[in-house]
Design a protein around this ligand. Structure first.
Ligand SMILES: Nc1ncnc2c1ncn2[C@@H]1O[C@H](COP(=O)(O)OP(=O)(O)OP(=O)(O)O)[C@@H](O)[C@H]1O
Length: 428
């Protein structure tokens, strides 16, 4: 089906054609007409399937139809995202799709100077794309008035509504008019989150493209079962031997990200690191270096797990498994986007066996193991007396949501390195 059949106006069709999009993706085909018809929408679709344009295109069309009123400087639409990088990316997408429309938009994120944001807000904007904390700072200082918001989008809605963000989101929503259109988008949804979301949606249309909580279709996955102490060496070896053009490597901690970055640089691999302890300028620079190919590897915490769109990224490596099972889907979803193929590798040590089991339970399938890792085989089986209660957000019970909890590792004893567990000779 061509985009024109979705009822989008020529200015948007031209911008879409400038992007060389041939036809809408299935999620776009489903949600665009519903949003244009004024419905609230709760939409799920796999990573990299074009959800951003799914909400941005109709939002722009509706705002343009209402006309930009320079006398009224308050925003009409608000997009909330869980991370600054994602807010900046959505803001760029709005600029790209809205380039032929007289719509003003502004990203309002933390970690950057407030004075510039205040100046821009005072000039007036139609769309604000924000992270919740910084938005509330501006509300408190009366720099922005949210009482005329007509459209609210929660991008990565399940992350936005987990307990970490819930108090802030509640405060923002209390400032918005009741009479508004609310749109929730994510690649994963638990029933608990859907239940909270119902409070803010009015007779929403539920759209699910593909199987709920599933990974993108064209990502091949592999698990390397290896002792923790060999992970660093294996990742350097794989980068060198597999000829990966670029690789995004997820680690658990900020400190771990800095350490692995240094080690990879020592191994001769151009590497940047992205995590929440860096200044926003350094975070932007690291992502920019990676996007432009100036570095081959980016080591990141889960701040990079959600929504980031890196062109043709071939490989994602889980150096450490994610703390929350859903994040496995989001992390590996940085590859295999827009119909491309991708490869996802998880380096799993015995201490992470429980996390792996939780991820497989969430995905309802086993991840394929690499038969010969080049190291002494280690077991990833979970001892039954070590099993912890299920702690992902995937509970089907409509309970009061708890703070997104970590998957607690088992107390499996680490395998003692033996002479046999020494790595085989590897090329650098
Ligand atoms: N109709 C289309 N045809 C071709 N490419 C498209 C189309 N719509 C979007 N894209 C491209 O697909 C890529 C992924 O889109 P987007 O970032 O919106 O995915 P997403 O579904 O939000 O993923 P995630 O769940 O990871 O946030 C982007 O590079 C975008 O330019």
């Amino acid at each position: 089906m061509p985009f024109a059949r979705l009822g989008l106006e020529p200015a948007l069709l031209q911008a879409i054609s400038d992007q060389n999009y041939q036809s809408p993706t299935p999620i776009q085909e489903s949600v665009i007409p519903l949003i244009l018809a004024g419905h609230d929408v709760l939409a799920g679709a796999q990573t990299g399937t074009g959800k951003t344009a799914g909400f941005t295109l109709p939002m722009l069309q509706m705002l343009a139809a209402a006309g930009s009123n320079p006398a009224n400087k308050t925003p009409k639409a608000l997009v909330l995202t869980p991370t600054r990088e994602l807010a900046l990316q959505v803001s760029e997408a709005i600029n790209v799709y809205g380039k032929y429309l007289p719509i003003r938009s502004q990203a309002i994120v933390g970690g950057v100077n407030m004075a510039m944001q205040i100046r821009l807000l005072k000039q007036g904007v139609d769309i604000v794309i924000a992270t919740p904390g910084r938005l509330l700072d501006h509300v408190q200082q009366r720099n922005v008035n949210l009482s005329n918001i007509e459209i609210l989008v929660l991008d990565e809605a399940d992350r936005m509504l987990d307990m970490g963000f819930l108090p802030e989101i509640k405060r923002v929503i209390a400032l918005l008019p009741n009479q508004r259109q609310t749109l929730l988008f994510s690649a994963t949804f638990s029933n608990a989150i859907q239940n909270i979301a119902q409070q803010w949606l009015k007779q929403p249309k539920h759209i699910q493209v593909g199987q709920t909580n599933s990974t993108a279709e064209k990502i091949s996955e592999q698990v390397y079962a290896i002792p923790r102490e060999h992970k660093r060496e294996l990742v350097s070896y794989l980068i060198g031997s597999k000829n990966w053009r670029q690789v995004l490597i997820f680690v658990r901690t900020k400190h771990g990200a800095d350490r692995l970055q240094k080690q990879l640089i020592t191994d001769g691999i151009k590497t940047a690191a992205l995590h929440g302890d860096k200044t926003q300028a350094a975070r932007n620079k690291a992502l920019d270096w990676f996007k432009t190919g100036a570095v081959q590897a980016l080591v990141a915490t889960d701040v990079a797990a959600r929504g980031l769109d890196i062109d043709d990224l071939p490989v994602v490596v889980n150096f450490d498994l994610p703390q929350v099972a859903e994040d496995y889907i989001h992390r590996i979803g940085r590859t295999g986007r827009a119909g491309a193929t991708g490869h996802a590798i998880s380096l799993v040590c015995p201490e992470e066996a429980y996390q792996l089991a939780e991820i497989e339970k969430f995905l309802q399938r086993k991840l394929p193991r690499v038969a010969d890792t080049g190291y002494e085989p280690v077991s990833l089986s979970v001892q039954s007396d070590n099993k912890k209660p299920h702690k992902t957000n995937s509970s089907n019970k409509p309970t009061t949501p708890k703070r997104k909890q970590a998957i607690t590792p088992t107390k499996t004893k680490p395998t003692r390195p033996t002479s046999k567990s020494k790595p085989r000779q590897r090329r650098p």
